[in-house]
Design a protein around this ligand. Structure first.
Ligand code: FES
Length: 130
């Protein structure tokens, strides 16, 4: 389950596999500057500070320049993280617009962390028996 950490607030958003950054933000109750939601206007750009992502559809050079394709610019409505990533908004911060959805995301985070701890404990117990 890939995560998106928002710098500098530290909010962590959980994404489904193949889910875009922007979709994950909205699913977790946050809103960000958005236009076409189809990779055509460029208004949803954020900066990817850590991690990598791919685009789920081709993006026109008029929306993302060659330089932006290598400098961490992330078109959030089309970017699908390849693992955990950290992003920073360009136009102010994300806005929490639905606390209920954020709470659901928080419970998903807690379940994922508990699962990771259980898997680490199991791996440790298996290793110590060998
Ligand atoms: S909202 Fe238009 S490119 Fe993302």
């Amino acid at each position: 389950m890939p995560t998106v950490t928002i710098h500098p607030t530290g909010e962590v958003i959980f994404l489904d596999p193949e889910e875009t950054v922007l979709s994950g933000l909205y699913k977790a109750g946050y809103a960000y500057t958005v236009g076409c939601r189809r990779g055509g206007c460029g208004i949803c750009k954020v900066d990817c500070r850590e991690g990598t992502f791919v685009y789920n559809r081709p993006i026109a050079d008029s929306v993302i320049s060659d330089e932006e394709r290598t400098d961490g610019t992330c078109l959030s409505c089309r970017a699908v993280p390849e693992g955990d990533i950290t992003i920073e908004m360009r136009d102010g911060d994300v806005r929490l617009v639905n606390k209920f959805l954020r709470d659901i995301n928080e419970r998903a985070r807690q379940r994922a962390e508990a699962l990771a701890r259980a898997q680490a404990d199991l791996a440790s117990a298996t290793t110590s028996k060998e």
